[in-house]
Design a protein. Structure first.
Length: 133
């Protein structure tokens, strides 16, 4: 019985991670459009600000946050103990964009390219999966 429960938990966790990855890709597309229209945005981008850029059918994942700073958009998932989404789960296909990685001490660290950005906004906590637009 314990093995069945554990397998069920693992499948649920994998499903949540896949949804997070797909949601991040959709949010990244919306954020790119938003930042094109609002390049001076500095700080968190609220749900109401981003809603006009999202598809009507999209059910927003509340764990995904968006911020703007210095003309760039940042889509990120704040880590939750026991339910972490990795950068690899966010990518579609085989090529990981260099602007996708983990926030570590204010830097964006890509699993394959190393540190690719050294000035992430303070609003992004360490350990977050970050996609810079």
């Amino acid at each position: 019985t314990a093995a069945v429960l554990w397998n069920g938990h693992a499948a649920t966790k994998a499903s949540i991670q896949k949804v997070s990855g797909a949601s991040m890709r959709i949010m990244a597309t919306a954020t790119a459009s938003f930042m094109k229209d609002h390049p001076s945005q500095d700080g968190e981008v609220s749900a109401s600000m981003l809603d006009p850029y999202l598809p009507d059918w999209f059910n927003r994942d509340s764990r995904i946050k968006v911020a703007g700073h210095a003309g760039r958009g940042y889509v990120f998932i704040v880590p939750v103990p026991g339910n972490r989404t990795s950068a690899e789960e966010v990518i579609a296909g085989k090529d990981m964009p260099v602007t996708l990685g983990i926030a570590i001490n204010g830097k964006l660290v890509n699993p394959s390219a190393g540190t690719v950005m050294s000035n992430l906004p303070n609003i992004i906590p360490d350990g977050s999966v970050v996609y810079v637009i």
